[in-house]
Design a protein around this ligand. Sequence first.
Ligand code: MD3
Ligand code: FE
Length: 216
Amino acid sequence: MRDLFEGHFAAEPAAEGMGEGAVLLRGLARDCAADLLGALHDILEVSPFRHMVTPGGYSMSVALTNCGAAGWITDRSGYRYGATDPLTGSSWPAMPDCFLALAATAAEAAGYVGFRPDACLINRYVPGARLSLHQDRNERDFAHPIVSVSLGLPATFLFGGLKRSDPVRRFLLGHGDVAVWGGPSRLRFHGVADLKDGDHDVLGRQRINLTFRRAL
Ligand code: MD3
Ligand code: FE
């Protein structure tokens, strides 16, 4: 993987290995960020950000919405994917072409050919928001990778192991950074530390993360 990119960037390699099956593609989404945010604007007019409740009864500090055939939701009865937005009762907005293209390009660069996500979970963090350590296991087939795109304020991503108690490594994810998680890393525990306050040129006081999944 690394040798594919080495030589192109002397100071900063474009692809960083984060552990088996996980690859960080720094800045891959920088050039298409304006297209992504334009498409996101249209999604939010149909399915706005909202704070969902966990099965334990806590309201998440991260606000979320979805696009694609399936959307990730949580409420008092559990975590799952659903075809409709519980707020509107209608289908989630369609996945924009520029979302699909970026997800497929990133997956392929990490060695996963033919990734066709049917779900994009869109998370919004404001200063102080966090995501505690968890595994993503509501998808049907863990053979598919997950692709994540960071936009706006930088966040400290926490990357653990296959057990909750395993040590955690920290990666700072900034605007335009894309990460691909598959293979043996697919079920690793992960989370996001409290977002530090700041003012991003494009997004102001927030971070938006797109996570592309093959859910169904
Ligand atoms: C590593 N979101 O929505 S994306 C999530 O930045 C979630 O909003 C975080 O974790 C965020 O579930 C992190 C990175 C990510 C997503 C899925 C993974 C990392 C992963 C699955 C396995 C291992
Ligand atoms: Fe996750």
